[in-house]
Design a protein around this ligand. Sequence first.
Ligand SMILES: [Mn+2]
Length: 377
Amino acid sequence: MKLIHTSDWHFGMPLGTDSYEESQRYFLEQLYELIRRENVEAVLCAGDIYDSSVTNADAVNLFNETAEKLCMDLKVKFILIAGNHDSAARLASCRELLKASGMYVTGRLSRDISPVLLDEGKTAVYCLPYFTRDEAAALFPEKKGDIRSQEDAAMVICDHIRAAMDPSRRNIVMSHAFIVDAELSDSDRSAKIGYAAAVSKDVFEGFDYVALGHIHKPQQIAPHIRYSGSPLKYSFGAEESHEKGVVLIDTEAMEQRFVVLPMLRDRLTVTGTYDELIANENLRDCYLRLHVTDRYAGLELQAELRERFPYLIELIGKSAAAGEELSTLSVEELEKLDDSDIMIRFFEENYQTTPTAEQIELFRTALEETLQEVDLG
Ligand SMILES: [Mn+2]
């Protein structure tokens, strides 16, 4: 039997004033195609279905459509757990009813971790949603004294599963967790805040496969432990070089293979002069971070570039890094500038020109008159 392991869809993630929905739908089409081609029987999604616990209506619609497509049209089992970005209670609403349709949602962790059985009981999927140490301690009061860290909590829970597990089955555990050795990217915001919530891979000893979510870079932690990674590049930096896709698992021989799925739009940072950048036609359809080396990053430049590059997300102008003048000033630096200096900088940043002596003189006169009026008033 074949399974797909995926995670971190982050439906509803904002993209400026827009969203990633178009790209997420493109990913889903690739996913459906793979399910048909490989005759897949179940899709495991290891958390962070949504980007926010109070997600928007568009994201909820997308999720509903996806669940219907998977369970009713493609007739696959859809097994999912809540990640730290999801609302466990909202995600798991109607969970008992949904089981009849082949959808198995685990929102909050409970003590009764009975598996979802697949392939006439030959494969068991244990679902471990995102949990905190305190939640685990409350569920296992007899072990409370042993649970001092996230690692202890995960060990207690996995021991609990291992004690009841049938070794004649293929035993798969799906978990939204941060493994100590995992490699991070900039979209793993919450994972980066301290390593306190990280666990070692040792807690997952004894399972045939561990389907992880949480970290956005696809990676194999151990022969039987993998992060599928997010389907899209959700950040600049290291994530720009990731290949995105899903893990395809054949439970007969427990073979796993990462299947790269094409993305609607690539994501990249490009550095160059204004003229170099606007001459590059290949960038039009990409999510972009542009570093313009010969202009200040004002609103006007941003509007101008966005006409040419509709998916421009971030703009960096010339700065001290290139040995030039700073395009942003600290308060201290600002205090050292006189009024004319500020006006000159304003001109440079917004219009990419230096004001003429005449313009500077006009400005001085206007400013003096205004100040006098203020004094008189
Ligand atoms: Mn995530």
